[in-house]
Design a protein around this ligand. Structure first.
Ligand code: NAD
Length: 477
């Protein structure tokens, strides 16, 4: 079946095909189409025609909300199939994939619920003036998603883009396109008019680059790595396109000595090793107060070394492989760098011995102890099952270490003292701060980063505003 969706039709790509590989055992799940620049051009022009026709951008907001509600229902209807596909594509456990699908459905429901609540603002300027601020869709959006949360990250863009009345061309990562294909089928089934939702597949360097530099694209929303973000920003500069970037993170997780030790330990494991650490908000920089440091590190290493690795589809698997052979090689380079820099390997630091895991792209969960802020493994995003541990003595030192990063996506802190919790949370320069928790997010609250973790916010009311232009209408009565 052809796999590009352009102007309301499934069409074959001009650029050939490539394998989609299961990271658990390196087997080929399927092959998919690769677009080329001519496909991108067709898709963008279809989105342009649909936008300019007003079929979607001028549709009543209630009508747009109804479509998003239908997608929400269809996602839950197909939840099991989508979750299994996501596990095959990414290696994550089925439990994680099921949570992803619920979160994707919630995202569509949230934007459906706020789509028709945005009445703009009426300003009280004076008795002879009627002044209103109203919102319009931006236009044609190029949406580019990463491989770690393929469907989830795409939904954070697609749902608000549609809710605000835009049309789009979406490109998933070339390594994990399958669940995005499913989502586009559901949007078509829900009745999106031709040209409103378009899908292209293929490599970032060609297909993604053609999207971001296309003159008919008005907005680029990208989630992925910092270096790609820089390239995309440069490509978008020529057309002065609206840009939203969700980039990487090197997220601190601070454990004060007065914290609930067991809870902090449980969550530190989850923070660092969920989806093998391939999470933009992973708690990959653990900061532990001196008084509990040694006991905490020993317990962490013990628990990390007992995480059950395996097939994400199998019952009892706690963590899957890394996403690809290339990505594992990159993480292994950091394992060497950490050793060379003097970090102590408290556990892991290599591939597993288990014969069952030799074909897949596995690495053992790794705790690097005795780290300091000069090390590359502390400063750079590794995006794998590797956590570094630094020791601190005072609250000020903890805050300074936590903020000593070019990123600023998320951070956590553990303490039983309520005033300290709020004080430290206020001082952290990160887009999300968790207190006595790690990782939860809700679609009602903004997600995004300070510093080089990105530009703009997804989710929450700001997540809708990203896809809107504001217009001031001033009438002299
Ligand atoms: P990546 O930057 O390699 O690729 C992301 C997407 O960009 C892919 O679809 C890719 O094909 C495309 N792409 C690559 N080069 C391009 C170019 N020149 N022009 C246009 N598109 C191009 O990132 P990745 O490896 O897929 O994802 C991992 C990164 O994503 C990590 O750094 C992670 O922290 C980040 N991330 C951030 C968030 C967040 O919310 N801030 C969420 C998930 C992932």
């Amino acid at each position: 079946m052809p796999e590009l969706y352009i102007d309301g039709e499934w069409v074959a790509a001009a650029g050939g095909r490539h394998d989609v590989v299961n990271p658990f055992d390196a087997s080929v799940v399927t092959t998919v189409d690769d677009a080329d620049e001519t496909d991108v051009d067709r898709a963008v022009r279809a989105a342009r025609r649909a936008f300019d026709s007003g079929v979607w951008s001028d549709a009543p907001t209630r009508h747009r909300a109804d479509l998003l509600h239908r997608v929400h229902r269809f996602l839950l209807r197909d939840k099991e199939e989508i979750a299994r596909t996501e596990t095959l594509d990414t290696g994550k456990t089925l439990t994680e994939a099921r949570i992803d699908v619920d979160d994707v459905a919630n995202c569509f429901r949230y934007f459906a619920e706020i789509a028709d609540k945005d009445g703009g603002r009426v300003l009280d300027i004076g008795p002879d003036v009627l002044s209103r601020v109203v919102h319009h869709p931006v236009g044609v959006c190029a949406l580019i998603a990463p491989w770690n949360y393929p469907l989830l990250q795409a939904s954070w863009k697609v749902a608000p883009a549609l809710a605000a009345g835009n049309t789009f061309v979406l490109k998933p990562s070339e390594t994990t396109p399958l669940t995005t294909l499913h989502m586009i089928r559901l949007i078509a089934e829900a009745g999106a008019p031709p040209g409103v939702a378009n899908l292209v597949l293929g490599p970032g360097a060609t297909v993604g680059a053609a999207m971001t530099s296309h003159p008919e694209v008005d907005l680029v929303s990208f989630t992925g790595g910092l270096d790609t973000g820089r390239r995309i920003m440069a490509a978008a500069a020529d057309g002065v396109k609206t840009i939203a970037l969700e980039l990487g993170g090197k997220n601190p997780n601070i454990v004060f000595a007065d914290a609930d030790f067991d809870a902090a330990l449980d969550y530190a494991l989850d923070a660092a090793f969920l989806h093998s650490g391939q999470v933009c908000s992973a708690g990959s920089r653990l900061l532990v107060e001196d008084a509990v440091h040694d006991r905490f590190v020993a317990a962490l290493a013990d628990r990390a070394s007992r995480i059950r690795l395996g097939d994400g589809l199998a019952e009892g698997t706690e963590s899957g492989p890394l996403s690809s052979a290339e990505h594992r090689a990159k993480v292994e380079e950091y394992l060497e760098i950490g050793r060379a820099e003097g970090a102590r390997v408290a556990c892991g630091g290599r591939r597993p011995d288990d014969p069952e895991l030799q074909r897949g792209f596995f690495l053992l969960p790794t705790v690097f102890a005795d780290c300091d802020r000069s090390m590359r493994v502390v400063r750079e995003e590794i995006f794998g099952p590797v956590v570094t541990v630094e020791r601190f003595h005072t609250e000020d030192e903890a805050v300074a270490l936590a903020n000593d990063t070019r990123y600023g996506l998320a951070g956590g802190l553990w303490t039983s003292e309520a005033s300290r919790a709020q004080r430290v949370a206020n001082r952290l320069r990160h887009g999300t701060v968790w207190i006595n928790d790690f990782h939860p997010y809700v679609p009602q609250a903004e997600w995004g980063g300070f510093g080089r973790s990105g530009i703009g916010r997804e989710l929450g009311p700001s997540g809708l505003h990203e896809y809107q232009e504001s217009k001031h209408i001033y009438q002299n009565l």
